[in-house]
Design a protein around this ligand. Structure first.
Ligand code: BEZ
Length: 234
């Protein structure tokens, strides 16, 4: 009797564990793991710091490296666009705060900008491991170039992993945020290579008869499953 009880308990525990996301393995729709970390702008409690904003968390292999220097400069130059879209950005590198501060001075000088977002110091790889930013077969002791877009409900909406040698295109990341914000508000999706101002796709769950009420700007039926309409929020 006692043995069967133990077996049942073990089974229940293993089932409930198997349904949880293991640390470092983050899939779309998962809650973004919360953390507290030291940054160049003081201690950040991640979820509290995000508040009702969208968030972009992105990692770098290390301080004082050329590609990373250009990336942080590029993000700093997009500060106005991020603010208009209600997006807070936060970068991570496993080096120390002192190193980050020296590096930011360099970035400002060489990229002709002002880094105005926090840079997490993660010397123990705590946040890096929580978010699966270390890919040991690519780089053993550094984070790869990860990006996570997080919605105001703290759910992960995009994950992206680039190799150390390829700088990311932050205009593309902004484009995804705009698409996500649009699709969160309207029953639309965005087609291949969509850019701000282009027509969007009416999602298949909208019935033909409901289109005029939902999309008063008009629509085009290319195929019954492919219906487009002008971007609704312009
Ligand atoms: C860079 O940021 O420039 C870089 C970092 C690690 C490996 C290669 C390039």
């Amino acid at each position: 009797m006692k043995n069967s009880l133990i077996i049942i308990l073990l089974f229940l525990c293993s089932t409930s564990f198997s349904q949880q996301t293991p640390p470092g393995y983050i899939r779309l729709g998962d809650p973004a793991p919360d953390f507290t970390a030291e940054t160049t702008q003081g201690t950040v409690k991640f979820h509290e710091w995000l508040g009702n904003s969208w968030g972009i968390l992105f990692s770098h292999p290390s301080d004082f490296t050329p590609v990373c220097t250009t990336e942080l400069g590029a993000v700093a130059k997009l500060a106005g666009a991020f603010a208009r879209m209600n997006v807070k950005v936060i970068a991570l590198s496993v080096d120390s705060i002192a190193s980050h501060r020296r590096w930011i001075k360099d970035i400002n000088e060489t990229q002709h900008t002002t880094v105005n977002f926090p840079l997490i110091a993660d010397p123990k790889f705590e946040v890096a491991n929580l978010y699966g930013m270390v890919h040991p077969n690519a780089m053993e002791k550094a984070t790869v170039r990860s990006v996570f877009i997080i919605a105001p409900d703290k759910k992960v909406k995009l994950t992206l992993t680039y190799p150390a040698s390829t700088g990311r295109n932050f205009e593309e990341i902004l484009r995804v945020v705009e698409s996500l914000q649009l699709t969160a508000k309207y029953s639309v999706a965005t087609p291949a290579n969509w850019m701000h101002g282009n027509d969007v796709i009416i999602v298949p769950s909208v019935k033909d008869e409901d289109i005029p009420g939902k999309f008063p700007k008009g629509h085009t039926t290319v195929r019954p499953y492919l219906r487009t309409t002008p971007q609704p929020n312009l």
